[in-house]
Design a protein. Structure first.
Length: 459
């Protein structure tokens, strides 16, 4: 078995050598002219030294998945899954998992490809069909805290269309591998939940956007069925430990559902569970550096408006007068490498600098509701647009190469004016969400003006 794994890994690194032949490293190109082992070893060593973070984030997980593939290919009769402590599951759509209750038949929505003020592109409205929004009752379900694992028997259920699964990396926590047909998860001791419950658990619930927009919209959907309004809800414990996430949960929980807190990577066997279908249809991490297609950014306008109305903290009549720029300076992934230069420019133009992580969610709600012009680098704080007044102008700094139209589509559906500010990618990482980029301040001046005394958006 070791020889098989070694052959797979060697083949993998040989293919990586070809990809990295002309990769820039410290302003010098790695050149691998020979085909012998010595040349390959030297090349691999240079890659390891210069791109250690890239290897940690991308190569090591891929090697682990290759290891899982080897297990998968030879497991029949040769490997005892019980000894390995894993389960190999088929993948099916969650709508097949049990009794379905349709809350909303197919509707149309708009995916909005925004205009760029520093390119010649105009905004484009793309009309798309929204899949049925439904609730599925699943008996004897296995769920795992802070993951997307939902399974019964030997089947893993997902809301992602089969056509997308090859592009999307579902692996997170105890879900260690997937392809279109199957998945591998770790086995652990299970805790029992005997109540009938509504599930709000998912990977990414520690993130402000993912929890507020994706998970809480599921609660709003479940509350459409009167008989479900008294049921307990399963929520990841990470929400309880974050004051802002807990505040928006309490705000959204208008029927006072009892809460059962789930520990990360802990396995739970649930007697009967209500699963609410996704309402924003953007899958998570992409494999490699593939990009989403326009149809991957479908958002249910009906449910987005319902969620906005439920979460609103401020009076609807509050006046919009502020001009703000959102800073990511204190986040773990600032992305915009010349943020200080950009922020200084806007400060000079009488913009207020905002650090959302230092504000309560109620303070953020009031701030965004009272702002008439918002500039921000793409990130979870953009979820606060749900509090904005119709007609608010939002300028989002993000490379056009990302082809990321989720926030622009949300803004369009909420009646906001959204314009993209193109940026140049300066460093690519394993996932585009981790890329670094910069924006040309001289380009900003063409639209916003040199100072607050000039014509343009600053007046």
């Amino acid at each position: 078995m070791e020889k098989i794994i070694l052959k797979v890994i060697v083949k993998y690194f040989n293919s990586k050598i070809q990809c990295y032949k002309n990769r820039e490293v410290d302003d010098k190109k790695i050149i691998c002219r020979g085909t012998g082992c010595r040349h390959k070893v030297i090349c691999i060593c240079k890659i390891f030294i210069s791109k250690i973070m890239f290897l940690i984030q991308a190569l090591i997980p891929k090697i682990l998945r290759m290891y899982c593939l080897v297990i998968l290919n030879i497991q029949k009769g040769l490997i005892d899954n019980e000894v390995l402590g894993i389960s190999i599951l088929d993948i099916e759509k969650v709508s097949r998992a049990g009794k379905r209750i349709i809350c909303r038949r197919e509707e149309q929505t708009t995916v909005y490809v925004p205009p760029h003020f520093n390119t010649e592109r105009d905004g484009t409205e793309c009309i798309m069909n929204v899949p049925e929004l439904c609730l599925v009752e699943i008996d004897n379900a296995l769920v795992v805290g802070e993951t997307n694992i939902i399974s019964t028997g030997n089947i893993l259920y997902t809301d992602i269309e089969s056509s997308l699964i090859d592009k999307v990396d579902l692996a997170y926590g105890d879900l260690i591998f997937n392809n279109r047909k199957c998945a591998i998860i770790y086995k652990r001791e299970e805790k029992i939940i005997e109540d009938k419950v509504i599930s709000l658990i998912k990977a990414g619930n520690n993130n402000y956007y993912h929890f507020m927009i994706e998970s809480l919209s599921k609660l709003v959907l479940a509350d459409e069925v009167e008989e479900y309004r008294h049921l307990p809800i399963l929520v990841d414990k990470v929400v309880k430990n974050n004051s802002n996430l807990k505040m928006i949960l309490d705000k959204c929980n208008i029927y006072n559902h009892p809460i059962i807190w789930l520990e990360k990577n802990t396995h739970y066997r649930v007697a009967s569970m209500i699963y609410a279908s996704d309402t924003t249809f953007m899958p998570g991490n992409l494999k490699s550096r593939d990009y989403f297609d326009i149809e991957d950014y479908i958002v249910s306008k009906w449910l987005l408006i319902k969620l906005r109305d439920r979460l609103r903290f401020q009076d609807e009549t509050v006046s919009s007068y502020k001009k703000i720029i959102i800073s990511r300076r204190d986040t773990s992934n600032s992305r915009l490498i010349n943020e200080k230069e950009v922020v200084d420019y806007f400060i000079n133009n009488k913009y207020e600098v905002v650090y959302p992580e230092k504000l309560t969610v109620e303070e953020q709600s009031v701030l965004f509701a009272s702002s008439k012009l918002i500039v921000a680098s793409t990130g979870a704080a953009m979820a606060n647009m749900i509090f904005c007044q119709p007609g608010t102008k939002i300028f989002c700094i993000m490379p056009d190469d990302f082809k990321f139209y989720l926030y622009s589509s949300m803004a369009y559906l909420l009646g906001l004016e959204y314009v993209a500010i193109n940026a140049e990618i300066t460093k690519k990482e394993a996932y585009i969400a981790m890329d670094e980029y910069k924006v040309d301040v001289e380009e900003l001046k063409k639209v916003f003006g040199e100072s607050s005394n000039e014509n343009g958006l600053n007046n």
